[in-house]
Design a protein around this ligand. Sequence first.
Ligand SMILES: *Cc1c(COP(=O)(O)O)cnc(C)c1O
Length: 372
Amino acid sequence: MSTNVLVTRPSLPPMDEYINEIKDLWENYWITNMGEKHQLLQSQLKSYLQTDHIELMVNGHMSLELTLQAMKLQGEVITTPYTFVSTTHAIVRSGLTPIFCDIDPDTYTMDVEKIESLITDDTSAILPVHVYGNVCNIEEIEKIASKYDLKVIYDACHSFGETYKGKGVGSYGNASCFSFHATKVFHSIEGGAVCYREPELGKRLEYLKNFGIDGPESVLYIGANAKMNEFSAAMGICNLRHIEQEIEKRKHIDHRYKSHLEGVKGIKLRQEDPNVLYNYAYFPAVFESEFGATRNEVFDALAQEGIEARKYFYPIANSLECYRRRFDVSETPNALHLSNHILTLPIYSDLAVEEVDHICEIILKLQGKRLL
Ligand SMILES: *Cc1c(COP(=O)(O)O)cnc(C)c1O
């Protein structure tokens, strides 16, 4: 057994494959600014993600920020506190006010029953998160959005490659933002993309990701720099060739965990939605009081054996130092409860099943049980 198991590990293509992919860069000297690799990856992802329109970005965060800005939103955006801080930051850094909606206790995505009561005259959009790859209640969100004429931007950073009712998750809503960070299921070292519905949005995203520049002597918008470089795009091209095996291996690990932990008193695991084809990006496990050991005790027991699980997401976004005093966490009790009981267990394609067994053994030992 290896001494250290991290919660995740980036997958890398065979080194020769990557070297081969970047060779042309020494011939044409075009290493960023929407070069050939950028264009190729963009078109490959367009088809892989089953979307009509896509714009590559430097990372997931800028995908979110620039989408909000390209839509020229104002006022309030209804979102979830149960997410990576990037979601909240993107809203605030775009001059908008996040309004936190609590989550559904079973899917951990935005509780659609609670959205309408948060809508005011200032609401301009809804920004839900397909957290852990659990797809949001898309139908209800679309209904509410069209009733109140709101934009829907999905933070799809956890749901690369997933489908809902046979369609790519990125094809829902006005836009969906993906992250290709090293720790995600698919990565380009750092990277991201926006899948979107209205073609005009793409035009604005193109400007905003390149300083708003229209020509050598013309700058039309106050843009940022969010371009993906050629080395990143080349990594994406290589990784995309292996994505199916990557997800298949993760699925195997997910099922191995479930074979040991499913049905254990006090442990709550994800119940799969038959409409979703999952990517197995994360393995969240909830340790409720009936389990007999707290989340922190499980975390510590694993850490003692060199296994790094993650309290993901703890603390929740509306309780972070930078947002303290601005929001009231008691307004989102389900999110607060989950953040105090959740642990994401190690999962990556090359994680050995023996390690999974070992991890489960440590967990079950806390309850005085042994692996079957
Ligand atoms: C990773 C992630 C982001 C940010 O993406 P980066 O590529 O790291 O900028 C945003 N939201 C969620 C839910 C994420 O997991």
